[in-house]
Ligand binder design. Structure first.
Ligand SMILES: [Fe+2]
Ligand SMILES: [Fe+2]
Length: 156
């Protein structure tokens, strides 16, 4: 089924953001593993896998709409030198993502593309969960202090 060009362009922009997020989160997850923060490693790795599922769903939809998925473009990756900067940097990425998904949902509604809208809404829900988790971590850092927070992120 041939999709609207505006929808295809938007889906490819979202795909680029997802690919960018995957790269950033994989690097952050591995840095946390290297520092011995195994809980952070697992949580961030899980998030990167969810972004991979998002990328897959977008690629599937673009192909169904007879577009060409652009997988050769990655945006600016912001790798943080420490845990707190990484969390802040990931939060920025997630905030950008939710804004972009909300805009895309509106476009899909305007074009009466309910299947694309449903897909985008389910992804936006995941991004909302990601924001929630990161904000919890930043709140804990503020309340207990960074050194104490980090002691909760190791595993025996
Ligand atoms: Fe995502
Ligand atoms: Fe996300």
């Amino acid at each position: 089924m041939k999709g609207d060009e505006k929808i295809l362009k938007t889906l490819n922009e979202l795909l680029k953001d997802e690919l960018t997020a995957i790269v950033q989160y994989v690097v952050h997850a591995e840095m946390c593993a290297d520092w011995g923060y195994e809980r952070l490693h697992e949580a961030i790795e899980k998030r990167s896998r969810q972004e991979m599922k998002h990328a897959e769903s977008l690629i599937e939809r673009i192909i169904f709409l007879e577009g060409t998925p652009i997988v050769s473009q990655v945006g600016d990756v912001h790798v943080g030198p420490d845990v707190q900067t990484q969390l802040q940097s990931d939060l920025n990425a997630e905030m950008g993502a939710i804004q972009a998904y909300n805009k895309a949902i509106q476009l899909a509604m305007d074009l009466n593309d309910s299947v694309t809208r449903d897909l985008l809404e389910s992804i936006a829900k995941d991004e909302d969960d990601h924001i929630n988790w990161i904000e919890e971590q930043l709140a804990q850092i503020e309340q207990m202090g960074l050194p104490m927070y980090l002691t909760t992120q190791t595993k025996d």
